[in-house]
Design a protein around this ligand. Structure first.
Ligand SMILES: [Fe+2]
Ligand SMILES: [Fe+2]
Length: 223
């Protein structure tokens, strides 16, 4: 039987790499074959998986369910989707069973994976998600959009949408801080909330420093 983690990683990689090459309209020939300039979907997902593995055991969630949901939550999302309605959560949920077929993932846990995936969207929550596995996926996905790795991801993908300059990155970052505060307030779990606050504080410091450095005339930086 195929191990479910490698099947999830393979399924996601195949989709995200092909989509990223289409999006960038350019690729690099490597020993591993054709690779895109930056595979945003895979990088974001890997960050969410790492967070899911850290978060789930702390709050008594089923680690397999949360990690599997993290691997597959965006597996049908495409870059610059021309469709006006976004159905990627439902489409990813619909794909779960076929991806996990022939793997050692317990079939009884598939409904919980699908539920978590179907409820992972949106940057704001007005009530806590249930059950805890669904709450954990939301927190892991959103935490991956805050903090140091998120800066790498956002900045590497930005030029694929339009030409960018440092001033654009700064303006977008300052706008994102407002959304990041909403995300932080919406966190479902206590460890998620605490980590979101730490990541938000880092982002605020980073963008404030960038703003100061890039303003004209440059204000003196505090140590
Ligand atoms: Fe998503
Ligand atoms: Fe995501």
């Amino acid at each position: 039987m195929t191990p479910w983690r490698s099947r999830c990683e393979q399924a996601l990689r195949a989709q995200s790499r092909a989509d990223a090459i289409r999006f960038w309209r350019v690729s690099h020939a490597t020993d591993e074959g054709e690779r895109p300039v930056f595979d945003y979907r895979f990088e974001h997902t890997l960050a969410a998986v790492k967070i899911a593995r850290w978060l789930a055991p702390q709050v008594g969630a089923d680690v397999d369910v949360v990690e599997c949901a993290a691997w597959l939550h965006d597996c049908r999302k495409i870059l610059n989707d021309p469709r006006t309605k976004d159905h990627h959560a439902q489409e990813a949920s619909d794909a779960v069973e076929a991806i996990l077929e022939g793997t050692d993932f317990p079939p009884a846990k598939i409904p919980a994976v699908r539920h978590a995936i179907e409820h992972h969207v949106g940057l704001k929550l007005t009530r806590r998600l249930e059950p805890v596995e669904t709450a954990c996926l939301w927190d892991s996905d959103k935490l991956s959009k805050l903090g140091a790795a998120s800066l790498v991801h956002f900045n590497c993908i930005a030029g694929g949408f339009r030409p960018v300059e440092t001033a654009d990155i700064l303006a977008k970052g300052l706008h994102w801080i407002g959304l990041a505060r909403t995300i932080t307030e919406s966190m479902n779990t206590l460890p998620g909330q605490e980590e979101a606050r730490r990541r938000l504080a880092f982002l605020e410091t980073y963008y404030e420093r960038l703003r100061r450095e890039w303003s004209d005339p440059m204000e003196p930086a505090t140590p």
